[in-house]
Write a protein that binds this ligand. Sequence first.
Ligand code: C2E
Ligand code: MG
Ligand code: MG
Length: 659
Amino acid sequence: MLIQWIQTFLLRNYSDIIQGLVFALITIILFFKKASRKTQVIKFILSFFVAFQTAEFISYILYQQLTSLFSLTGTLYDFLVATVCLLLPIFLMIDLYRKVIGIQGPVGTFIYTLFFNTNCLAMLIAMTTMQRMLITVVLSLLLVFFFREEIQYIVEEKSMLRMDRRFQWTAMTFMILIGAEAELPRIVINGGVDDVTNQLAYAVAIVGSLLVLMFIIFMKFNFFAIMKYENYIRNHDDDRITNAKSLAYLLENGAIMVKNASVKHQELAIFYSNIDHFRDINILHGYDAGNNILKKTADYMIAEFPEGIIGRTSGTHFTGIVPLAGAMQKFASISRKIEELSIDESLILQIGVCPLKYLETMDHHQVDYNNLAPIVDLAATALRYTSPKSPVKFYDEAMRKNEEIRLHVLAHIDQAVKENWLQNYYQPLVDIKQHKIVSYEALSRWIDPVYGFLTPDQFIIPLENARMIYKVDLQVLHHYGQFLSKMHNLHQEALPISFNISRTDLESGIDIYTEIQQIINTYHIPKSLIHVEITETAINGDSKLMKQALQQFHAMGLEVWMDDFGSGYSSLNVLKDYHFDVIKIDMEFMRKFDDRSKTIVRSICEMAQSLHIRTVAEGVETKEHYDFLKEVGCTYAQGYLFSKPVPENVILNNQLEIK
Ligand code: C2E
Ligand code: MG
Ligand code: MG
């Protein structure tokens, strides 16, 4: 009984079944050639079930139900209902088909429309079911062959076509026209092909054929134009040195990747990287050597992330949109290979990564250039947190918070000055021979009404980068001026301070010398009470500027102290060329405190002594440090052994004493 039923079913529907099988086969060949056997079988079955014949079956039922529900008659009504009944299930099937092949956008629609259109055409011109089947199958295969390059192009390349809605809608419009033209359900229900005998039917068939022809020509030219345009863009857009993409290309095509990844439930991330220590290679070994390293870097990245998009934004900055899974191992492998390319100093690839969960929109259909661009910025933010020791950093909540604080600081610096959010803390410097506090270093603290106590890292570095740190530095002097008056009123003797200025104070276009002089005048601060600290690394910049600073401050009658000596790369020659009054030895030497550091500290102190320069050791935390400094003849010691930086009240109340 069942076998007989199956036999009659197959005999009656063999045309549809064969068409469905061909459709499923073509789908496998186009999209799943490299997939596993199991996937191929599953996709084959699924494609078979979303093929045209299922839509046709649903539309048949729909049409029957609708016409029996409302017993309206009339050709126009019949025509409209038939067309709607035909197209609704088709749209549903196209959507399912796109899910089956896992590619959003027009490629699925296009393949589907090829089969649909030939099917409609076959309906119009075929005389028998056999003819209809043959025409559909042969024409579909011919069309797939005719469009093979175009289909491959959208499948493989990250083409704009993959997300272009207009392209999709054009294909759909043709389909609606051709579908309406075929008036399929009515023909099927009324006995189908036998009706196509009169003049009208021939005319309909001819119009249908012309529409299909127009569809083919239109699509061919449309593809041609877009492919040509994209090739042009690609040739002019790709980086000549490395073949990496431009940022614009990455963002536009990244949006397509996001859509496809969402179908596959794949997580993506954007990375932003820099090759540290690369700078000197161009100068020392020539641009070819430098370019070679850049080219290889891009090659390694492309090889590790074949399904991603790798771009180069500038110089040594590479960025990319890549699958998150397994990314860490791939980064490690790329870094290892880049390190092997080192010539002198070892090249370190530092990478900031931002997973796309930080996208503003969670709706993947809305992802575009504009909301991907901020993710590149977040990856660049994460890059700022990398160091040679931890070269890969993921963007996280803490960074978001820091970034929020950074922007808050930049937006509120003037208010902070006006409303005294900035305060001076003082850390004593102990004269080692006399074992007593002889001066303080004034250090800024930002006590924020919203964020509370900010560390210098949180406000000094952002303000330095924005060249606004002079506002803080001048404020320190203002507060010291006020502090002196308070001391005076309490009949206490005030000790001198050293205050920090940044290199950007010398560069930011304000006249820092006059500004300082004005504060000195306002509060009548004796010149002997204030010393200027400038970090050693400031010398790495414009040496003329530094020499001028020394000269000017000396002319104003102020001592100039070199801060963090030994933290930069300058040698002891600095002492010969720049006339500092005091050098502050970087606290790293105390932190390490091995034989090597001790030897260096000893020779700095000896050298300084013979040049009549006084020395301060920073970061003195233990008795052992202190005894050593005494032995090597260091002048002053500063560090937690005596006191952390304290608010001015502690000094005003005479509470600061050393053991
Ligand atoms: P710096 O000028 O080298 O200041 C010394 C830093 O070392 C201070 O950190 C101080 O608290 C810390 N320190 C002192 N003794 C010890 C110790 O024994 N152990 C350890 N681990 N640390 C110790 P702070 O206050 O966090 O300041 C950090 C940096 O921020 C300063 O380094 C200075 O470069 C900058 N800075 C602070 N205030 C100002 C300012 O008003 N203007 C400018 N331009 N920079 C400032
Ligand atoms: Mg300092
Ligand atoms: Mg220092």
